[in-house]
Write a protein that binds this ligand. Sequence first.
Ligand SMILES: [Fe+2]
Ligand SMILES: [Fe+2]
Length: 469
Amino acid sequence: MTVADIDATIPNNVDLAGDRRLQRALESWQPRFIEWWMELGPVAFQDNDVYLRTAIAVGQEGWANFGYVKMPDYRWGIFLADPEADRRVGFGDHRGDPVWQEVPGEYRADLRRLVVVQGDTEPASVEQQRALCLTAPSLYDLRNLFQVNVEEGRHLWAMVYLLHRYFGRDGRDEADEMLERHSGDQDNPRILGAFNEPTPDWLSFFFFTYFTDRDGKFQLASLRESGFDPLSRTCDFMLKEEAYHMFVGATGVGRVVQRTVELMKEHDTDDIGPHGGIDLATLQRYLNFHYSVSLDLFGAETSTNAANYYAAGLKGRFQEAKRDDDHRLQSASRTVPCVAGGHLAEREAPALAALNETLRDDYIADCQKGVERWNRALAEVDGELVLPHVGFNRGVGEFAAHRLSPDGRLLTDDEWSTGVSAWLPTDEDRAHVESLMVGVSEPGKMAGWMAAPSTGIHQKPVDYEYVRG
Ligand SMILES: [Fe+2]
Ligand SMILES: [Fe+2]
């Protein structure tokens, strides 16, 4: 059990007070983080009281405090899950060895890269979402946006701690660069594509938290398996917070779907745009977009890096321990999708090289569950949402060079141009969605395009004043 020092300048459970050099380094990074937050975090409400949860410990019996906080005063801390006694590397060439408490020299560059790529996504999403606070559909949703934002900030702290503590000078430089790259910046963009796409409206936000934060879940879950124990413990605790971000997405889309169904029944038409709703075809196009850009985040179907990370014990598979195989995969193989001779096909690939595809498969199965829940509501109006084919609208890997329809047909460029307005959000869709984005600030009131949540936050009523002042 690690003791949390929650009153320190930087709240932590890593005994920061016992390492003065590290403490000083992080305390000098802290004001730059706040500067970044003020400049590129939420564009308004920085002086308001927001009903937020703050991590104060990592234990089973509760790890968060709920209360009103002004966002710049949020207590961003460094929390690692408690160490597991006698933990062993669970996969790869070092399977069975005791886990590492310091970075093995030969894996330094690879581990640093993994931490930097993960870390970069955290502030990126805050930047992408910064203007949404002006158009929140309710105070409840506004508060949820801010909760996600401050926690992404804390996840950045988690990664910056690892960089400072374990990667020396290079790590400190990388930590600085986390605040220098900006989402969508022409000259210095964030590392991954989906994190440079704007999040211009709340429908995009809900699909982003459903699909893109879920990529985060799968990346963190495979880094939790890492033989580098501090990374594993960091990701383990981040996953606890991440679950809420996906809840925001799943229930957010669910409430939009519910309202769409209500309006379709009330007006006896699919065309509910004129009645202030978002029709099913538009929802499907937004889904198609966010799902396909999130699939790209898993990388190419086969990857030498992925194979090396696994063999080295740095990044495992989702739920590695539950898998019934040798956890080394040196002689295993699997099929991966490809395009050959103008047709969709499959090719055999070494399982080690195909680990990105394996993680993508696990992600797709997880995405499908929420879609099925939404479809239970849509059954009332004989509607449904579907995940498009894995090759649709891809910018990374085998399908990047091909055009596929959502139902998985290979298309010519002409067919794509003719069809795309039915498959991806159009200017018209975006204009309509934007026209619905009007901030609602009266407690308990909801914008007309989405249903109210079934319960409030932390046993507070739905009409609680989640943001005040
Ligand atoms: Fe995160
Ligand atoms: Fe997240």
